[in-house]
Design a protein around this ligand. Sequence first.
Ligand SMILES: Cc1cc2nc3c(=O)[nH]c(=O)nc-3n(C[C@H](O)[C@H](O)[C@H](O)COP(=O)(O)OP(=O)(O)OC[C@H]3O[C@@H](n4cnc5c(N)ncnc54)[C@H](O)[C@@H]3O)c2cc1C
Length: 458
Amino acid sequence: MAQRVDLIIVGAGMAGLSAAAEAADHGASVLVLEKEAECGGSSLLSGRYMAFAGTDLQEAAGFDDTPESLVADMLAVGEGKNETALVEAYGRHQLETYSWLKTKGVQFHAVQAVSGHSIPRGHQITPAQAIETLKLSAEASGKVRVLTEAPVRRLKKNSDGRVTTVVYEQDGTEFEAEATHGILLTAGGFSRSKQLLSDVAPQLDGAIRIGGKGNVGDGIRMAVEQGAWTRDYAYLKGTYGFHPTADGPRKSQALAFYKGAIIVNKEARRFVNESISYKLIGTEALRQENGETYQIWDQDVMDAGVEGDALYDFRKLLDLGLIESAPSLDALAARMNLPAGELKKTVADYNAAVRNDNDVFGRRTLTHHFGKPVVLDRAPFYAMRTTVAMLATYAGVAVNEQAQVLNPFGEPIDGLFSAGEMVGGFHGAGYMTGSSLGKAAIFGRIAVRTAIKSAVVS
Ligand SMILES: Cc1cc2nc3c(=O)[nH]c(=O)nc-3n(C[C@H](O)[C@H](O)[C@H](O)COP(=O)(O)OP(=O)(O)OC[C@H]3O[C@@H](n4cnc5c(N)ncnc54)[C@H](O)[C@@H]3O)c2cc1C
């Protein structure tokens, strides 16, 4: 006979474990099924920023922020292609989720300026600490069971057409489990599926692939089989800023361009406004010959690096030999095999444009509406060969603001919920840093509340 619980959660990353901890708060019985041996998925590998507005950390740092400003930035970066109701739900629930995460024991260390935000909103967590804390908090209720190495294969409907059952595998045996309140799919995206990526976004074939090992689109496939509509494949983009070796054990990333570096192609020519979203920069970078591009900066930008930070610890990458340095631009060009005359001209033109505020690519800020570009003239100079990585796929099943999965007619599929990276419609045409971990926690919790509320009413 199938096991029976209130809720089944498929996938134990930020979305699934936030949902599990929320369900524990409501006293619900929960079965969490995780495919891999370790919980955490892409959340564990993440750059560690969560986007929140109006927090104590921002206040302490002197940043006056509002949910309305966060929502406006998200819609602007998404070019208005995002589902406004989802973005507004993020705005309404984000500060409360930040406080809730803190009460659960998730630690927030600092706030940084990150891509897409007009004010510093990247709240830094330690992913392993957050994942472990949420898991322990859920399990402490005594009613949440987390099974690892338990991949869910398929979902089933009951005779009333409600999705009630999961078929999962453990130790080579197939089991069924049934949920009375609902099934929540939080199985992440498909950044590790070469085939699915190539099917829906062949323009990204040149990108390296990073992300949770189990993130190959299982959740999306299972939801689609139950009648889910999908959204946002057209907006799939890679993330610019990774060293070409980042698909190995080290996820080496440096966003020196948001501290003032320029980006050039193999002809040592700029091709993009470096302050725009690193997703949009990624699209332009893949259009360059062989997708070959370099970040170039000087000692002042180097000094703006942040030790221990996932995106801005330039010194660490220099020590690892992933960044080159040289006393002059000529020497740097020789080291990187770039045309020296062209590199010098590019930097000189750029410095003149910074001084005159008339950049040909329209750069007026360091990141989106934040900071002032700086001239690159203080030796030594630095360069990092930089590429595009698919580390997340912000496209997938359609949901409403209650996290119910929708069919092609916009109607909820009875019993089926979804949250996190496998959901489409939230980011629209562009993603801003911190909003994926943020939405995973926010909508994971919303899904649980909806499932519990609808179970009480029905
Ligand atoms: C290098 C890197 C840096 C990033 N930096 C940031 C950042 O700074 N800020 C930000 O907001 N976002 C960032 N992201 C994106 C963000 O980490 C993810 O979008 C987010 O963590 C997704 O959370 P999730 O819970 O939806 O999925 P995940 O955390 O990926 O969890 C999904 C889980 O589902 C499991 N699963 C899959 N299939 C099945 C199945 N069939 N049965 C059972 N379990 C299954 C997976 O194994 C996985 O553990 C980054 C991603 C990467 C890779």
